[in-house]
Design a protein around this ligand. Structure first.
Ligand SMILES: *[C@@H]1O[C@H](CO)[C@@H](O)[C@H](O)[C@H]1NC(C)=O
Ligand SMILES: *[C@@H]1O[C@H](CO)[C@@H](O)[C@H](O)[C@H]1NC(C)=O
Length: 991
């Protein structure tokens, strides 16, 4: 009876309210001054009926400066029942002004305990009000989990407003939701501390954190840290190498402001332009045990990054795309979360300055890109730890990022050569057949891989003595012939071998290196490639490093490998969680599951399992990252050289010791394009050495696809053809003479340019520059370049325009505002194409390549491997700019030794050209063997707009061995007979 009467009462109430509103539309409320009106209809074409639909008052004002349609504040919105009013002003001394300043509604009540200032959720379906001060494009999703409806939305203290625009959230947060400052910001040695108190909104996902500290660290001139932590309890933090200097940087490119309206927010601005880089006033600051989030408006006209995913374009689509991040053994497809986690983006501001942001967090997380532009970042654990990099150029942001997380590793010279692999040669005979094909066609071949089929029953640190009988001897032979060998190692160690026969397991048992169950005692068993259940080494433990290094070093005595390939380290497990699944708990099934595939334990361990560093819930995505340092140490210790560690799973900082490939891609034409995007992204993440499996891993390729892919892959920084088990052969010799010829010729161009590429890697290692460089990094103020991801550069000066589509024999190229020269002929691209698109001919055996004016590239005669090409004659490509000038440099060392730069065991030569003169200056000479190298290969000077050349002098001596092509305007000088370790000057005189 009582319930029924309540409903009737509510119904009556609505009628009364409506009647009241109707009445008010005919006579304006005298108690609301024009200047007090809160606009209820911010769109064009307001009308009395549309206003009435929104439950607001329509009344013409004294001037069009004031809204005609406005909220009827003075009568108080009454569709919110007293017991549903959420207090917006828990602190004392509220009044209408302080309430409205929070974006909330002030409405006095005679009833005890009913808040007078409450959240403006005067919203509902069917003609009620939605906040007009929140645009659809800036809605912070208040119900990112499934199953949003009006009731559960309102219950979270949020607005429910439908939208006809696809993907716009219907349930969204008031901007006043969040925290409020508890006292003024406190100045600290490193910057500021702000104490925050949670505003009393309903909880979304339980266990809200009421007291939060925001520590602001002015770390460097260009790097700022915003760290939000629980003020009363410690929580998991990613162990980070990012230096936190003891005192604030004195001069900074940024300013920071704190505001408390409509809720606490922080704004970071660029001092030089006033542009706001980061601005959390959009709302969404939330810290609870298993849900932490923050939103920011973005100044970006172009945004890049976030990984690891297969993105359809390099420049992000901001139209409500959500990307989950959580390490997963997952072949690239759609927007799935893949092997690594990289919560890092770069952003081009409207005046072409650039900034970048890292959210340093390892828990399962996602980010929603919003059209405002804005983004909403969410994670389910750890802390909110935000690093902001001020650039001001895109290259600067990457340099500053790798300065923080670690500079990219310097790869050995041989690893810049072409590499061949497949899963499932299944025998040494098949491997030899393929390698012999490479030699038959004289295709360069620097590295051969052994995938898991080289092992005895896929047991780490063994080899198959039946099918791969003689492998150790064969590896030794390959190495004598100039081809290195890399072996794969998986983390899972088999438990099923007879006692006393399998040292990796027994030693690991003795040393106690395995990941444990929740009791911290029981080893967790899973299933990977070996026949029997496996245990998983816990690389967050020091003793595990010792165990791993010992095994790797010992195995070097069995197979004389040169590098290590660590796969399946997400960590992958074919059981979901364990053989017994995962207990149902908030950790294993969290209240909010970020936008990741399946759940947190499919194909991996249970979040509740324990590593030394913490629960898998917190450290899961750090598995590959934690395996990298021990493997890097092991590889260096075992080989005594620089070596190479190739990892599938990665996290910020792993690029300082390991390199990456883009995982189990597909033999599909689309994958050629995606590989360029993936490489560009990993160059932002501090992994300049990266590539995709050439000709595709999963599925069967075709001869024409593989031919085009070999052309493209010849310009991956990591150039490897790799294939899945049971798929047709796809090594470049397999398809016969024509594919072999095209592959060889593309690779010979690569090898010719390796001195330039190697120098770029030195720059990456020293300064953090990109190597695979997106055009937007060099031509940021040319917005045409912002979405170019079908062409790419090596460093600043070499442009690759591959054919990516089946059957195409031409390709569209964009030529940014420079002089560009055809790599093959040296002829200049017609100036009519400058800063424009043009169609280039690209028959099946041709990949368009161009050199940028203003740069000098060192070259070397190619060979069948770097072992031989390293000793060949040097040359130069001198591409002149509009002023007939160019510069370049060359870094060279023995290619193998560790830390040659810091040990001063290198030579560096600096080149420059001005009209008529080319000079080479040895700026550092610490590598005596450089004296064995001679510039006797061609020195090509491009872009000399002369009729002819009269004479050429080398170090002031007349030199007759030159030719000038009056059509292409290329001067070629041969047999200059100059030594790498000598300064030189070459001059030419036009007729
Ligand atoms: C296991 O270790 C973690 C710390 O790594 C600790 O928090 C937890 O209480 C331990 N569990 C048991 C059952 O001892
Ligand atoms: C590679 O070429 C060199 C000469 O440059 C030759 O001596 C060597 O035998 C070749 N190696 C192979 C494996 O073909």
């Amino acid at each position: 009876m009582f319930g029924l009467s309540l409903i009737i009462l509510a119904g009556l109430c609505n009628v009364l309210v409506n009647a009241n509103n109707v009445k008010r539309q005919s006579s304006c409320p005298v108690n609301v001054a024009d200047s007090e009106r809160r606009d209820c209809f911010k769109w064009v074409n307001a009308s009395p009926s549309k206003c009435e639909e929104r439950g607001c008052v329509w009344c013409e004002a004294s001037s069009t400066n004031y809204p005609f349609c406005f909220y009827n504040d003075k009568t108080c919105p009454s569709s919110i029942a007293d017991n549903a009013k959420v207090d917006c002003h828990p602190e004392p001394n509220g009044n209408k002004a302080s309430c409205n300043a929070k974006g909330c509604v002030w409405c006095e009540s005679a009833t005890q305990g009913v808040p007078w200032c409450f959240i403006d959720q005067e919203v509902s379906q069917g003609g009620a009000r939605c906040p007009v001060d929140i645009k659809e494009s800036e809605r912070i999703d208040c119900h990112p989990d499934a199953g949003a409806n009006e009731a559960n939305c309102i219950a979270r203290g949020c607005y429910w407003c439908q939208s006809s625009t696809p993907n716009v959230p219907w349930c969204f947060a008031p901007k006043s939701l969040g925290y409020t400052m508890n006292g003024a910001p406190i100045s600290t040695a490193k910057g500021y501390r702000v104490n925050l108190k949670r505003r009393q909104y309903p909880s979304w996902f339980g266990l809200e954190i009421d007291d939060v500290n925001l520590d602001v660290e002015f770390q460097t001139e260009s790097r700022l840290r915003l760290k939000f932590t629980d003020a009363t309890a410690s929580r998991f933090e990613v162990p980070s190498n990012i230096p936190s200097p003891p005192s604030a940087a004195p001069n900074t490119l940024y300013d920071v402001q704190f505001n408390d309206t409509p809720a606490f927010n922080v704004k970071v601005t660029r001092k030089s332009t006033g542009v706001t880089i980061f601005d959390s006033s959009i709302g969404g600051l939330k810290l609870s045990d298993q849900f932490m989030s923050i939103g920011t408006y973005l100044p970006c006209q172009s945004l890049y990054g976030f990984g690891e995913h297969e993105h359809p374009s390099f420049k992000h689509d901001m139209n409500w795309k959500t990307y989950g991040m959580y390490a997963r053994d997952q072949a690239p497809a759609g927007s799935n979360n893949l092997y690594g986690v990289h919560p890092f983006y770069t952003c081009v501001e409207s005046d072409y300055n650039a900034n970048a942001v890292l959210f340093l967090n390892a828990n399962a997380q996602d980010v929603t890109l919003m059209p405002d532009p804005a983004l909403y970042y969410k994670t389910i654990g750890g802390i909110l730890d935000i690093y902001i990099f001020l650039g001001p150029t895109l290259e600067n942001t990457v340099q500053q990022y790798t300065e923080a997380v670690g500079r990219p590793v310097m790869p050995p010279y041989w690893s810049l050569g072409f590499q061949l692999s497949r899963w499932g040669y299944n025998s040494i005979a098949n491997m030899q057949t393929v390698i012999n094909r490479m030699r038959q066609y004289n295709i360069p071949h620097d590295v051969q891989y052994g995938d898991i089929d080289y092992m005895d029953r896929r047991l780490d640190f063994t080899y198959d003595r039946v099918n791969y009988a003689g492998l150790p001897q064969y590896v030794t032979q390959l190495k004598q012939e100039g081809t290195k060998f890399i072996i794969i190692l998986d983390p899972g160690i088999s438990t099923g071998e007879p006692a006393g026969t399998y040292q990796p397991y027994e030693l690991g048992n003795t040393m106690g290196v395995w990941i444990k169950d929740t009791d911290n005692t029981t080893d967790i068993l899973g299933e990977v490639w070996p026949d029997d259940p496996v245990v998983f080494p816990d690389f967050t433990k020091q003793v595990t490093e010792d165990w791993w290094i010992q095994l790797c070093v010992d195995f070097k005595n069995v197979i004389d490998y040169d590098g290590l390939w660590i796969d399946m380290n997400e960590v992958a497990n074919f059981q979901h969680g364990s053989f017994n699944g995962c207990p149902d708990s908030p950790m294993n099934n969290p209240p909010y599951l970020p936008r990741v595939s399946d759940n947190l334990y499919q194909k991996t361990l249970c979040p509740s399992h324990n590593s030394y560093l913490g629960s898998q819930y917190n450290v899961h995505s750090l598995y590959g990252w934690s395996q990298v340092p021990p493997t890097h140490k092991a590889a260096i210790t075992a080989t005594g050289q620089r070596s190479l560690v190739l990892t599938r799973s990665s996290f910020p900082g792993a690029g300082s010791q390991a390199v990456h490939w883009l995982g189990d891609n597909h033999s599909l034409w689309t994958n050629l394009h995606y590989s360029i995007i993936g490489m560009m992204e990993f160059n932002l993440f501090g992994f300049p050495y990266v590539g995709a499996d050439i000709c595709g891993f999963n599925g069967d390729t075709t001869a024409s696809m593989c031919q085009r892919w070999m052309q493209l892959g010849a310009f991956y920084t990591f150039s490897r053809n790799h294939n899945a088990r049971d798929r047709m052969d796809q090594d470049p010799g397999y398809f016969g003479a024509e594919v072999a010829r095209v592959s060889r010729e593309s690779l010979e161009i690569r090898y010719t340019l390796l001195p330039y590429l190697y120098t770029l890697f030195h720059r990456a290692n020293l300064l953090g520059s990109t190597v695979i460089r997106p055009l937007v990094h060099e031509y940021t103020s040319d917005s045409n370049t912002h979405n170019i991801d079908r062409q790419f550069l090596w460093g600043p000066a070499f442009m690759i325009t591959p054919v990516l589509d089946e059957g195409a024999t031409s390709v569209t190229a964009y030529f940014p505002d420079s002089r560009w020269y055809d790599y093959y002929t040296g002829a200049e691209v017609s100036s009519e194409h400058r800063k424009g698109y043009t169609t280039l001919n690209a028959p099946m055996d041709y990949i368009p390549l161009h050199i940028r004016g203003g740069y000098i590239l060192p070259t070397q005669e190619p060979a069948n491997s770097t072992t031989f090409s390293r000793n060949n004659d040097l040359g130069l490509i001198v591409a002149l700019d509009d002023f007939e000038e160019a510069t370049g440099d060359f870094f060279w060392d023995d290619g193998d030794a560790i830390d040659t730069y810091s040990n001063l065991e290198y030579i560096e030569v600096s080149y420059s050209a001005i009209p008529g003169i080319l000079t080479g200056v040895v700026v550092f000479n610490g590598y005596p063997s450089a004296g064995l190298l001679v510039y006797n290969n061609t020195i090509r000077i491009l872009g000399l707009n002369y009729v002819d050349i009269l004479d050429v002098r080398v170090n002031n001596q007349p030199h007759s061995l030159f030719s000038f092509n009056p059509t292409t305007k290329v001067l070629e000088i041969s047999m200059a007979n100059l030594f790498l370790n000598d300064d030189f000057q070459i001059t030419w005189t036009p007729i």
